[in-house]
Design a protein around this ligand. Structure first.
Ligand code: ADP
Length: 179
């Protein structure tokens, strides 16, 4: 199990090997973290995303999956673009999509491990524009990363607000995971 750290701050300022972008399937930029990553990282990242769309991912990146690019001007070496699900409201569909949220974390970890990253930083995937309730999003994030078989030794969650940080702290506490 990787060491898990929880911090409040801006993901794009992280000094880690890989940062995970809460992207959308189009991979061509967006709001929230996605906008911040492309603004801070510069045009190289978007150019690489466009190349992926023109070659291996003509239909975009499916929900729950992850793909790496370079990190442009960021301190990181790689950006791992992951697509979380949109919150559908409570019920059976939420249960199905929760699996996709877990997959977004699992696949990002697998990509990071495959690259040989020693450290990776995540935002709270789906918990912004995609509307996933913060407590649920935090539980899925922590539980999935803690269960990862092959992971970079350090996983940081970089939360944009104190409230989200508190949710992640509470989720770790409930799951008995040290941070
Ligand atoms: P999604 O579309 O997957 O919901 P968002 O980018 O809208 O993704 O939001 C995901 C989470 O990232 C939200 O909690 C949001 O407040 C947070 N966030 C936005 N910008 C940053 C940033 N620069 N660093 C870290 N977290 C951020």
């Amino acid at each position: 199990m990787p060491r898990i750290e929880l911090v409040t701050g801006d993901l794009t300022a992280e000094h880690v090997d890989a940062i995970v972008n809460a992207a959308n399937s189009a991979l061509l930029g967006g709001g929230g973290v996605d906008g911040a990553v492309h603004r801070a990282g510069g045009p190289e990242i978007l150019a690489e995303c466009r190349r992926l769309r023109a070659t291996t991912l003509p239909d975009g990146l499916p929900t729950g999956e992850a793909v790496a690019t370079g990190a442009g001007r960021l301190h990181a070496r790689w950006v791992i673009h992951a697509v979380g699900p949109v919150w559908p409201g409570p019920g059976a569909e939420a249960d199905a999509r929760r699996e996709l949220l877990a997959a977004a974390y699992r696949n990002s970890i697998a990509v990071a491990a495959g690259l040989g990253a020693a450290s990776v930083a995540f935002p709270a995937i789906s918990a912004g524009v995609y509307g996933w309730p913060a407590d649920d999003a935090a539980r899925v994030a922590i539980a999935t990363v803690a269960a990862a078989q092959t992971a970079p030794p350090l996983v940081r969650f970089v939360l944009f607000s104190q409230r989200m940080h508190d949710e992640f702290q509470a989720a770790a506490g409930h799951l008995g995971i040290e941070t």
